[in-house]
Design a protein around this ligand. Structure first.
Ligand code: KG4
Ligand code: ZN
Length: 352
């Protein structure tokens, strides 16, 4: 006779997810519908700031130091124990291999110990679906714009796992452009939030920086020309002057924001989508959020943005993406490898 499970008595109603793809160690718990119950992040920003960027070995060593206590903290915050967890998830790529291994090894170990499934989650899918968290759900067809430190892409979301790439950057990602320009003008790492802060006091029309491929046709991005333009401008600028520095920040931000907003609207019009969802660390940017709101209202588009704490790397978005997959009956083998270049969308040409 088979085992009869009394659904009333089942307590395995939660997912526990870990994120360790770069320099943030994070853990989160959500229920099976994807509602976030607890989310914690141990940030390493202060540690890596002294090097001007992320040092992979330092990052992985610090993930090891924090991952176990973060798991205990989110279980306590959610008011549950490991017995209440139905599946364990972790980011398996893209990211730094030595960092990815910490989160996935921990999640797999917990899954084995508890006899529960493991789910390997694509970090970019975590970002892509994050604007649907909370009251913005359920996940529905839209054009997603992911703007992070390593990626800038426009994705047509048809349903969970059905993603079509509409356009991506040919060189630097938007976050990378913010960070590299910030470094050039003497601001600390990570530069995006620093430029955001200073831009609020500057004149966005002070300097005219290039807006690549803004021809109303292409959905591709390029931000390397902006970096070069700032470099050529540097000898003429007195960056010790607070107003000049703020003007440079505002002008750089305006150039990046305009391209992102216009291409998103173009992609929505082309694919006949009324909903757009913007995610990734750069979607915290206040100039971008304000411009998106104004432009989407004008174009009659429904704009979904994650709350700022869920825009930068966190495990809440990984738990949410895992919940969507788990609902569909999906899980991953324990042999699932980490992949530093894990694609979100497999290009048509490479499908056998
Ligand atoms: O998504 P994320 O946390 O990590 C990656 O997956 O890359 O994105 C990090 C990027 C960094 O380049 C950082 O400078 C940028 O997001 N960022 C911002 C802001 N907050 C974070 N860029 C512009 N304005 C911000 N407020
Ligand atoms: Zn990210």
């Amino acid at each position: 006779m088979g085992v009869v499970v009394n659904r009333e008595l089942r307590t395995e109603n939660y997912l526990l997810a870990l994120e360790s793809s770069c320099d943030e160690t994070a853990a989160a718990v959500c229920d099976l519908a994807g509602n976030l119950k607890a989310s914690r992040i141990a940030s390493q920003i202060e540690i890596h700031r002294q090097y001007g960027g992320v040092v992979p070995e330092v990052a992985s060593r610090n993930h090891i130091l924090h991952v176990r206590s973060l798991v205990e903290e989110v279980l306590a915050e959610a008011g549950i124990t490991l017995k209440d967890v139905a599946a364990f998830a972790a980011t398996s790529g893209p990211g730094l291999v030595s960092s990815l291994l910490i989160g996935t090894s921990m999640a797999k170990a917990l899954a084995v110990a508890e006899g529960k499934p493991f789910l390997a989650v694509n970090h970019m899918e975590g970002h892509l679906l994050s604007p649907f968290m909370g009251s913005n759900g359920p996940v529905r067809p839209c054009v997603g714009l992911i703007v992070s430190g390593g990626h800038t892409m426009l994705v047509h979301v048809k349903s969970i796992g059905q993603y079509e790439l509409l356009g991506r950057t040919r060189d630097d990602a938007a976050g990378e452009a913010f960070d590299k320009v910030a470094k050039m003008i003497g601001l600390p790492y990570p530069g995006g939030p620093e430029i955001d802060k200073l831009a609020a006091k500057g004149d966005p029309t002070a300097l005219d920086f290039p807006r690549s491929f803004l021809d109303g046709k292409s959905l591709e991005f390029s931000f390397s020309g902006l970096k070069t333009a700032v470099l050529y401008e540097l000898p003429r600028l007195d960056l010790k002057n607070e107003q000049t520095l703020a003007d440079v920040c505002a002008s750089v931000q305006a150039a990046i924001v305009e391209v992102l907003v216009e291409k998103l609207v173009l992609a929505a019009q082309r694919t006949k989508n009324r909903t757009v969802a913007v995610s990734g660390g750069v979607s915290c940017n206040r100039g971008l959020r304000a411009a998106l709101k104004a432009r989407c209202e004008k174009a009659g588009l429904e704009l979904l943005l994650a709350e700022p704490a869920l825009c930068t790397d966190n495990a809440g978005m990984i738990a949410f993406a895992a919940a969507q997959r788990f609902k569909l009956g999906q899980s991953s083998p324990l042999e699932a490898e980490v992949d530093p270049n894990l694609p979100l969308v497999v290009p048509r040409a490479s499908i056998a």
